[in-house]
Design a protein around this ligand. Structure first.
Ligand code: RNT
Ligand code: ZN
Length: 441
């Protein structure tokens, strides 16, 4: 059963009192909350498939496991699924598209010939949803990337093709940013690397820097496009060497004034990106986060409310970095309902941000200034059991989205009515009685 609006309201008022007792203004936190967009990645909806139908394997070390029913097969289906997911997530967000999601009317358009025209329906849809768009050139799932090298390829011709793809994508991203009145973050990630130890680590990196410089040669307005580069420690098939490592891109982003993308799954499993944010922001103008959850490796699990997710959100709030960080999601799970994956991951990211905004930060800072680490630790631990849930529930209700787990029932209905028809299967894969029935909208 969905909670009544009266009980949500009563719990919220009581929660406000508890937070106010530790110097936290809940209304302020909620106002701030409503201004933070999360960039939802289109690729969760169809296992990073895209619509090129090129027959090429996904490649690039990207692996999606699971065969849950009902993946989106067309752009219309994907937009429908996204729209439904967004109806279960509080706030106004962004959509992150890959170049392989171009709409080409069934014609095969080479990646270096893509233009903004191939994304007009996405732009129109985003405008209707009042959402901004972010973008990514696609350097995988392509015969010219089959040997695992793209922008750092030793072959000049192949490299040139990928440089042209990068140039084309910047034009597309800028057109998106211009059309929607909000800069489009255009993120370059390439798979280039080696399974086994290379003899020459230097040349591919020299080549990559040259290729990137060619892609970025044309200055485009920051009101339309923000160029980002994404580093990685290792991947499937690039275990021993990744050309675009952290040090490589950190240096590149600092010297070329680019946005540095930190993906939570791209470092050694004992390394966290939360600690990197304040370090790199001392030198790069802006950071893009790919919020993901690695399990033992860069497994791209659905984001959940882990300690690290909370640490990331805390860094953004405590460091007052929200204006210099774009928050995007990057996971792909085909073993559960794909729409539920979006909703779980995005709601968790938002919960982490709200938790961070509700910290008694003034008090905590004061304790630290006074070197009163006893009080700091005590307060941090006491804060964990403040009535956060009552504030989150109220925020969901006020935003017109389901409160608590009742959204799962709505996903189940959508699965029955829409997703199950896609693969000719009619059975629901969601167990019954996951959540109470009844809409809480
Ligand atoms: C791959 C990178 C990259 C991709 C997306 C699909 O390791 O994380 O961001 O996940 O471009
Ligand atoms: Zn990523």
């Amino acid at each position: 059963m969905a909670p009544s609006s009266t009980s949500i309201e009563t719990a919220f008022q009581l929660a406000k009192e508890r937070y106010s007792a530790v110097g936290v203004d809940v209304e302020n936190a909620l106002q701030k909350m409503a201004t933070i967009p999360i960039s939802l990645h289109c690729w969760q909806g169809d296992d990073v498939g895209g619509f090129e139908n090129s027959g090429s394997e996904i490649g690039g070390g990207l692996a999606v496991t699971g065969r849950y029913l009902g993946k989106a097969r067309t752009a219309e289906e994907l937009r429908g699924d996204l729209q439904f997911a967004l109806s279960l997530i509080p706030g106004t967000h962004r959509l992150n598209l890959h170049a392989s999601y171009a709409e080409t009317n069934g014609r095969r358009i080479a990646r270096n010939e893509l233009t903004p025209a191939h994304f007009q329906s996405w732009i129109q849809w985003a405008r209707d949803q009042k959402m901004g768009l972010d973008f990514n050139p696609t350097y995988f799932a392509h015969e010219k990337a089959a040997d695992g090298f793209t922008l750092a390829h030793a072959d000049r011709g192949i490299r040139q093709f990928w440089i042209e793809h990068g140039i084309a994508c910047r034009q597309i991203a800028a057109a998106m940013g211009k059309a929607l009145g909000t800069p489009c973050v255009n993120n370059i990630w390439i798979p280039d690397g080696m399974k086994d130890s290379p003899i020459d680590r230097k040349t591919p990196r020299t080549i990559l820097a040259e290729s990137l410089d060619l892609i970025f040669a044309e200055a485009l307005p920051a009101t339309e496009i923000l160029d980002a580069v994404e580093c990685k420690l290792f991947g499937l098939g690039s275990e021993s060497y990744v050309v675009g490592s952290h040090e490589f891109y950190l240096g590149y982003a600092i010297t070329r004034r680019k946005v540095l993308c930190l993906d939570a799954g791209h470092f050694h499993p004992t390394e966290t990106i939360s600690d990197k944010i304040s370090s790199v922001l001392a030198y790069v103008p802006r950071v893009l986060l790919h919020v993901s959850r690695g399990v033992r490796w860069d497994s791209d699990h659905v984001v959940t409310l882990t300690d690290e997710l909370q640490s990331i959100a805390q860094e953004l709030v405590r460091g007052e970095f929200l204006d210099r960080v774009s928050v995007g999601l990057d996971f792909f799970d085909a073993s559960i309902n794909r729409i539920a994956a979006w909703v779980i991951g995005t709601r968790c990211m938002l919960k982490a941000l709200l938790l961070a905004l509700l910290e008694p930060i003034t008090m905590l800072r004061q304790f630290e200034r006074e070197s009163d680490f006893t009080a700091r630790l005590s307060m941090l631990e006491e804060t964990k059991t403040l009535p956060f849930g009552a504030v989150w529930d109220w925020y969901c209700m006020a935003s017109g989205v389901p409160v608590g787990p009742v959204w799962v029932e709505q996903v189940r209905q959508y699965e029955r009515k829409v997703l199950s028809l896609r693969d000719g299967s009619s059975a629901s894969s969601l167990p019954t009685n996951v959540a109470g029935s009844g809409a809480a909208r």
